[in-house]
Design a protein. Structure first.
Length: 572
């Protein structure tokens, strides 16, 4: 049964939304990029601290083969990005990790790039799974050109003009990310070893910085190649550089990420929901400036959606979202007029608008509105952002009693305990990794009977745990219970670690025939990472655009461009 989504305190002020509704996959899929998303957060930090990013070497021939090096200086530390460009080849070319050839491979290293670093990267990167990173390597990456968009942009620059905006906007990137490998992969630095005080010690910050550098690399490369092929070539103009993003494809591996990092998921969604509640509770009844700011944000979102040329298969079209968001503009004008003349307005006008959106809008339009209002409380949202994190390790509390744990499980996991795991199709699929490329996959259980299920069966695990807990005396300590039932150790430790938290686990049976993986993949890509224009591709993976509209490195050095999201198409 659908429950009330919006909730209120005793004083009538909006509080966190109802977690029992928020954590349903069909609602999580609709969450949009916002101020707490990874791409927006790291760009804001780079602009605030005026990071100095410079291209120190571009030694690439007319075929596209060569070396490119960047220096990245924060106020405290220097990093380097060493990239190798290759002439595109059709053989072995794919956007998946099983590819055998790429148009660019690179490494983000701590410290300036030395000749030895460049030599080692040139030797090691092409080996991929057989290679090993140098001790100062944080993340390895791979990238392919969008041949259509890249070649069209290069041809335009060679002819002395900027790329055709309609053609460019249909893709919105020149190159696409096909792999960001860090946190110990291939011998890169592990995330815990960086520590909170490291300049890239925040969640996914090293990977996100490298994604941004991919964008800069793609723009530098297309301009460089155009000049090598034509004496009349021009540089890619700053407004086009800003508009260009980096293509990104993600698939089933993100399901594992969500299941294995519940504390992080809870921390992020709780921070986001807290920011939303604070914004909904703003007293804007006599604050015309805040209303004008919101109106400007809505106009920007509507324009961005109107200009969007993507086709969204199973998701809401941008035209639909634009139409619904635009209906809020006259309501804001009406509210502003009442503020001016002293008319009667709701105590919390933004909450009233949000409840209207929840009733009448598609979830994506509603969630876009919530993301926009977070911009009205920048300082509070940024403070919440700084607290996002969460250790992966769980420790069992051996003194908790079986009765106490059972009570908590029935209160906090009713959604899982009430699922019928014996129904037809409830255990239809199994999750595993392929032998050849260790690529995450989901397959029919009957077709892979010997596969070891790598996913966490939350409903099944919790139902089996409660059944065994009910069979012992309520005051039995967990130490004694787990001695008799060691198979429940992970479920017990996880439940104890997350007690009193509510935004950590999507309410889904991932093994069921009706589970839609793309719902959670999009949650990670759009809301967590801040990827725009996310599209369901063939029901198997998600495609989108990273850093779409982000400031150039010159902008960042000048401390400009923090308000970059929802970019406007550049004028031809």
């Amino acid at each position: 049964m659908t429950q009330s989504l919006h909730q209120y305190g005793a004083d009538g002020r909006p509080t966190l939304r109802n977690w029992r509704e928020v954590m349903k996959p069909e609602r999580l899929v609709a969450m949009q990029p916002n101020r707490l998303s990874g791409t927006r957060a790291i760009v804001a930090r780079m602009v605030r601290e005026r990071w100095d990013i410079r291209n120190t070497r571009i030694d690439v021939d007319a075929d596209g083969n060569g070396t490119v090096v960047y220096s990245i200086s924060t106020p405290r530390k220097e990093f380097s990005f060493i990239a190798f460009s290759f002439k595109p080849k059709p053989e072995g070319r794919t956007g998946r990790i099983i590819g055998r050839t790429w148009d660019m491979m690179g490494t983000l290293n701590e410290g300036p790039a030395t000749d030895e670093d460049i030599r080692a990267a040139r030797d090691r990167l092409p080996l991929l799974y057989r290679g090993r990173a140098t001790p100062n390597a944080l993340v390895w990456c791979r990238c392919n050109r969008s041949l259509r968009a890249f070649d069209a942009a290069q041809s335009a620059l060679e002819a002395g003009r900027q790329p055709d905006i309609e053609e460019l906007s249909a893709i919105s990137y020149l190159m696409r990310n096909t792999g960001l490998d860090g946190n110990g992969t291939f011998g890169t630095r592990s995330f815990p070893s960086l520590g909170e005080d490291h300049d890239l010690g925040g969640v996914l910050q090293a990977q996100l910085l490298l994604g941004y550098l991919m964008r800069e690399f793609s723009c530098d490369l297309v301009s460089h190649l155009a000049k090598l092929h034509s004496d009349t070539a021009v540089e890619l103009a700053p407004e086009f550089r800003r508009y260009v993003g980096v293509g990104n494809g993600s698939a089933l591996g993100l399901i594992f990420f969500i299941q294995k990092h519940p504390r992080l998921v809870d921390s992020w969604i709780t921070a986001r929901e807290t920011a939303v509640a604070k914004a909904l509770g703003l007293n804007v009844a006599r604050d015309r400036d805040t209303l004008e700011r919101l109106k400007s944000l809505l106009n920007r979102a509507v324009r961005f959606r109107r200009e969007d040329r993507m086709y969204y298969e199973s998701f809401a079209s941008s035209a639909q979202v634009a139409d619904e968001l635009s209906t809020l503009l006259p309501l804001l004008d009406e509210l502003a007029d009442k503020c001016t003349i002293g008319g009667e307005v709701p105590e919390y006008p933004l909450d009233a608008l949000a409840r209207r959106c929840a009733r009448t809008f598609m979830p994506e339009s509603y969630e876009t509105f919530l993301s926009l209002i977070v911009e009205l409380i920048p300082d509070e949202a940024d403070a919440l952002l700084s607290g996002i994190g969460g250790a992966d390790e769980y420790v069992v509390d051996p003194t908790m009693t079986a009765g106490d744990l059972t009570l908590r499980l029935r209160q906090e996991y009713e959604w899982a305990l009430s699922m019928d795991t014996t129904a037809p199709g409830a255990m239809e699929y199994v999750w595993y990794k392929s032998e050849t490329a260790e690529e995450p996959r989901r397959g029919a259980r009957r077709e892979a009977p010997e596969a070891r299920d790598l996913a966490i069966d939350m409903p099944g695990d919790l139902q089996r745990l409660v059944a065994d807990l009910d069979a012992v005396v309520p005051d039995t300590a967990m130490a004694h219970f787990l001695l008799a039932h060691p198979q429940h150790r992970l479920a017990v430790a996880r439940a104890q670690a997350l007690q009193g938290r509510y935004f950590h686990t999507p309410h889904a049976n991932v093994n069921a025939v009706d589970f839609v993986p793309i719902h959670l993949v999009r949650l990670m890509n759009s809301a967590f990472h801040g990827i725009d224009k996310t599209r369901d591709f063939l029901g198997r993976n998600l495609r989108g655009v990273l850093f779409h509209g982000a400031p150039t490195r010159d902008d960042i050095r000048a401390g400009q461009g923090a308000d970059w999201f929802y970019p406007e198409e550049p004028v031809q």
